[in-house]
Design a protein around this ligand. Structure first.
Ligand code: ZN
Length: 281
């Protein structure tokens, strides 16, 4: 199905169906970051609705066409109250009535490096991780990060999922599997999802910002940073330890913990370069 030719409530790149039977309204967002297209694989899943409603949103079609994470602003760091300008803010405003009409909203993302699937809750979602066989939960990021993630604009149960590594068939397969499990879990399609083991939960406790654009994390902190999360072998740093170097000198860890989502490229100094987290086995 080509979602680009679909429209719902006058909003482009949105597919919507309502069953004749009442039931929950599930909404799935994909490519909120235009270079994370693994979620689009769910469009290949045949869907025979038994009840409820299903809305599929290609969140940032212009960034997908450009092959970029975003054009004017990151859709996961939207300004407070959507007070701002640019194409992503305009698209978020356009999508708002859809996000607010959903009982459940999941936003499908993928990561630059290898990872196991992870659930990033905004509200009410952690119990879904085991039901959807998502082995990792990262709590507390939304509260700590700068800006508002698109999923936080929804009003029901809302969360993000990192389905796997960008550009991999594995990521696409995982997106389809989690999509099917989500619809089954809410009774929208036939079948019962196979639950996974109890997930491993990380709680984000802090963040670190680069002090100049030349700052780079030590290679040991970038290697396999997400791949070892479930086993607890992800990079661990002690408060006061040097974690990055730049033209202004060394940057030390402000706290002790696992280093999550370290940026590889020189980044916008206003957004986090990495997060710190503790592990709740
Ligand atoms: Zn993303």
């Amino acid at each position: 199905m080509n979602i680009l030719t679909q429209r719902h409530m006058g909003i482009p790149a949105v597919w919507h169906r309502t069953s004749s039977q009442p039931g929950p309204h599930v909404c799935v967002g994909m490519a909120t970051h235009g270079n994370e297209t693994e979620g689009l694989a769910v469009l290949e899943e045949p869907v025979a609705l038994l009840k409820g409603s299903l809305t599929l949103i290609l969140c940032n079609p212009e960034a997908v066409a450009a092959g970029q994470r975003y054009l004017d602003s990151d859709m996961n760091r939207l300004p407070e109250g959507l007070n701002g300008s640019g194409r992503e803010v305009a698209r978020a405003q356009e999508l708002l009535p859809l996000l607010q009409a959903a009982d459940v909203f999941v936003d499908l993302h993928s990561t630059p490096g290898p990872t196991e699937p992870m659930l990033i809750p905004v509200e009410g979602a952690p119990p879904l991780a085991q039901a959807l066989d998502i082995p990792l939960v990262i709590e507390g990021i939304t509260e700590l990060q700068t800006g508002t993630p698109l999923a936080a604009l929804a009003t029901g149960t809302r969360f993000g999922v990192e389905v796997g590594q960008q550009g991999t068939e594995e990521g696409r397969k995982t997106a389809r599997r989690i999509f099917r499990a989500l619809l089954q879990h809410h009774g929208l399609i036939e079948g019962t999802p196979e639950p996974g083991p109890a997930p491993v939960t990380y709680r984000v406790t802090g963040s670190i910002h680069f002090e100049d654009p030349t700052c780079k994390f030590l290679p040991r902190l970038l290697a396999g940073s997400l791949a070892g999360l479930r086993k607890g072998t992800a990079p661990w740093v002690e408060k006061g330890e040097v974690v990055a170097y730049g033209d202004l000198g060394a940057l030390v860890a402000p706290e002790t913990g696992y280093l999550l989502f370290p940026r590889r490229e020189p980044s916008n100094l206003k957004t986090e370069a990495a997060f710190f987290a503790s592990r709740e086995a």
